[in-house]
Design a protein around this ligand. Structure first.
Ligand code: S3P
Length: 451
């Protein structure tokens, strides 16, 4: 069947016309998990021995982490784009980079490295692109200062660039007020080097890939209730890691399949860590029948195949705790809500204003352009879904509009998915942002889109 989900426009690939389709069909895999790919480079670099990584995400964000460790003297071979052979230098083997570390758009690179670099016996400067230089660093810097770190940066050390002079750190107990895996991981990485024991108590359970990977590499780390504690490590041992498919990337295909008429999709080898499967729970609450099959454990992470079909979705209320294990899925949940029956409210989501873009404001704006009635709130959004007749499927929206990604990969992909059920498609400006986490997204959508 002829596919026509995507048409490239203009001289630049930066503008893409995403077109309507009848459904998404096929048997597919999504690229490797972004969070786990970052961590595979970090732990592989500071372990003893050679870490082999398979299905590494060759997205821009993970390549920022990759470049940072190469700049600190780690030999990393790349026999193919998604395979790495990391020659670990041990906990004490990193060397001072000759230039600033540019995390570009990657909050995970900037924040996790700030924790690690606080304990290295050398000087570094970390910076990022215009978007990252606006995102908060204070939450990471403050607890590290309490451990004895020496960090100074722009606007009272709250914003990048920051300068770090590595020091001997002291194990400290932290009670953090925001559930954030980036913050928790920065502290735990510093904790690997800090004298004694370091603990982090979170208000809710953020993604635990750092804890799982630390365990895999032989660190002394334990999680009890909402607190994680790590002891100073003498060494880490190299591992073989197969990175599961990213559930946050699969989420776009899941919702795309649901809001179109004739979809049937199998997405293979997706990470289904319980701290990440909020999207499945939310879509199930909206009436989706999502099947996870063939669940198994790979490199310390649960992995499964996900089967989705077209679905008539109902509205729902989503709280902050529902959203925590689906923190990156806010934009695509907004799209699902736009095509559901009734009014969906999302609250307790203030953090979403501090992501790659202000995702609450940007999604409100994008959905309004599609003719959806939306009310933006300080900590969330209220979306009046289009719905439709359960027998006919979900109502199409008009489309024919142009939206701007604001350099945010998840906004670009969410709007490409919304376009699948429009009369006239959506033109996306700043479409190359998708390379941050899902290179090949548009061509995959094109391949599986059917009339
Ligand atoms: C990430 C943690 C999350 C998430 C980000 C990746 C990670 O951020 O939004 O895309 O890899 O640790 P926060 O920890 O700031 O919520």
């Amino acid at each position: 069947m002829k596919n026509r989900a995507i048409k490239e426009e203009g001289a630049s690939q930066n503008t893409v016309a995403a077109l309507p389709v009848g459904g998404l069909r096929g048997d597919v895999a999504v690229p490797g998990d972004k969070s786990i790919s970052h961590r595979s480079v970090i732990f592989g670099s500071i372990a003893d021995g050679v870490t082999e990584v398979d299905n590494f995400l060759e997205g821009e964000d993970c390549l920022s982490t990759f470049a940072a460790f190469r700049a600190m003297g780690v030999e990393i071979e790349r026999p193919s784009p998604s395979r790495l052979r990391i020659h670990g230098v041990g906990l004490k083997g990193l060397t001072e980079p000759g230039d600033v570390i540019d995390a570009r758009n990657s909050g995970t690179t900037a924040r996790l490295l700030t924790g690690l670099l606080s304990a290295q016996p050398f000087f570094t400067v970390v910076t990022g692109d215009a978007s990252l230089r606006k995102r908060p660093m204070k939450r990471v810097v403050d607890p590290l200062l309490r451990m004895g770190a020496s960090i100074s940066g722009r606007k009272g050390s709250t914003l990048l660039p920051i300068a770090i002079m590595g020091r001997r750190l002291t194990g400290t107990d932290h009670s953090i007020i925001i559930a954030s895996a980036q913050l928790k991981s920065a502290i735990l990485l510093a904790g690997l080097y800090a004298q004694g024991q370091t603990s982090v108590h979170e208000p809710g359970m953020s993604r635990d890939h750092t804890e799982r990977m630390m365990q895999l590499f032989g660190a002394d780390i334990k999680t009890e209730d909402k607190a994680v504690r790590v002891k100073q490590a003498k060494s880490l041992r190299a591992c073989a890691i197969t990175v599961p498919g990213d559930i946050s990337s699969a989420a776009f295909l899941m919702v795309g399949a649901m809001i179109t008429r004739s979809s049937s999709l199998l997405i293979r080898d997706v990470g289904v860590n319980p701290t990440r499967t909020g999207i499945i729970k939310i879509l199930q609450k909206m009436g989706a029948r999502i099947e996870t099959i063939n669940t198994r454990e790979v490199s310390g992470e649960p992995v499964a195949d996900i089967r989705v079909k077209s679905e008539h979705l109902a509205c729902t209320d989503i709280s902050g705790s529902d959203l925590l294990p689906a923190i990156d899925e806010f934009p695509i949940i907004c799209v699902a809500a736009a095509f559901a029956d009734g009014t969906t409210t999302i609250s307790g989501a203030k953090e979403l204003r501090l992501k790659e873009s202000d995702r609450i404001a940007v999604m409100a704006d994008c959905l309004k352009k599609l003719g959806i009635s939306v009310e933006e709130k300080e900590d969330g959004i209220r979306i009046e879904g289009r719905g439709g007749d359960p027998l006919q499927g979900v109502k199409k929206v008009k489309g024919g509009v142009t939206i701007e990604s604001h350099g945010d990969h998840r906004i670009a992909m969410s709007m490409a998915v919304a376009a699948l059920n429009t009369a006239k498609g959506v033109t996306i400006e700043g479409a190359d942002a998708v390379d941050v986490s899902f290179p090949g997204f548009f061509s995959l959508l094109s391949r599986i889109g059917v009339q």
